[in-house]
Design a protein around this ligand. Structure first.
Ligand code: SD4
Length: 325
């Protein structure tokens, strides 16, 4: 309803202006704006480096799905990043358990959760999407599948994350930090030269989580959603609250109704704030969205969430707007 009203208002204002400034013949020739493509956006500081790898693919007319996989692998491979892939902080029992998912332009999806000892969960998720009749594999089954596809097991608990875990064991308080070291999950969405959208999301999840906990990042519709007709969205932050509102799916559906990526991200954050008035002050969630036109938006509950944008004429980190000012 609101979107219809907005569209009606927009079209009324537009027609009013058009009638006063242009001839009817020029109106009938008006063409829609060319989409801005290719373009890739991703979460946090680490998004810049990840975007560079994605851009390598996109700038050579490559597919968005390949770009997002290559892009987020950069973050997974960084042992100094304590929130994604190798070097990720472990659960409270000292296990690094990884979650990731990917979606392509044909509504295909692949996901792995609670995966241990594989450095690139996003590539395992890609194989689940491409080579199985399933969307999601977890734990032991995901491990068996990864081994069958030639992925190699390795220890992902680095010296520094083990040290951090041992330090945590002293007090054992579970209080997920807001904007942990200014990098958290990496979520990436891209629009390629052919106008196709894809997305990827990968994380080591909440530090010191309970063994077996899975967050939003590998859940299609929560941590990531792509609909090639409309747009794509991804999330970062405390996954429990993203899952409970089905965040990324909600954003894509709002874009379908006519909201801009920015407006849709704001609505999703507002939903969390409204539904969890006692919680939102102590937790961070951030959303990113991109539509078919290459327009993007981002919004978070608290200050400090930023995202990286790469296109032909842009390569920058941008601070997202936030609810709490
Ligand atoms: C998750 N969104 O697993 C991810 C990352 C995270 O605190 O834990 N952030 O919830």
């Amino acid at each position: 309803m609101m979107a219809d009203r907005r569209k009606f208002l927009k079209s009324t204002i537009f027609s009013g202006l058009a009638v006063s400034t242009a001839s009817l013949s020029s109106l009938s020739c008006s063409t829609p704006k060319e989409p801005k493509k290719p373009i890739v956006i991703s979460t946090w500081n680490h998004g810049k480096e990840a975007n560079a790898a994605a851009w390598e693919v996109l700038s050579k007319n490559g597919k968005a799905v390949d770009a997002v996989e290559k892009g987020v692998m950069v973050t997974e491979n960084d042992p100094n990043n304590a929130t994604v892939g190798i070097g990720g902080f472990p659960d409270r029992d000292g296990n690094v358990t990884l979650d990731a998912c990917i979606m392509d332009e044909n509504d295909n999806a692949g996901s792995v959760a609670f995966l241990q000892n594989f450095k690139n969960p996003i590539s395992v998720a890609r194989k689940v999407m491409d080579d199985t009749p399933h969307v999601m594999l977890v734990g032991e089954g995901a491990k068996k599948f990864a081994l069958s596809k030639g992925f190699k097991e390795e220890n992902l608990l680095t010296e520094s994350s083990e040290k951090a875990w041992k330090n945590w064991l002293k007090n054992q308080d579970y209080e997920p930090e807001i904007n942990i070291e200014n990098h958290d999950t990496i979520g990436m969405v891209a629009l390629d030269e052919n106008g196709n959208l894809s997305g990827a999301c990968t994380t080591s999840g909440a530090a010191w989580k309970m063994h077996g906990r899975v967050g939003d990042s590998p859940i299609i519709g929560a941590g990531l959603f792509v609909d090639n007709e409309i747009g794509a969205a991804t999330a970062t932050g405390l996954g429990e609250f993203v899952i409970k509102i089905c965040g990324s799916h909600m954003i894509v559906e709002l874009m379908r109704q006519g909201f801009s990526p920015q407006e849709a991200c704001e609505q999703a954050v507002n939903r969390i704030v409204k539904k969890y008035p006692d919680n939102y002050k102590n937790l961070q969630v951030g959303f990113l969205a991109l539509n078919k036109q290459g327009e993007y938006g981002a919004y978070s509950i608290h200050k400090g969430f930023n995202f990286a944008v790469r296109s032909e004429d842009q390569d920058e980190l941008i601070d997202a707007g936030n609810y709490s000012g």
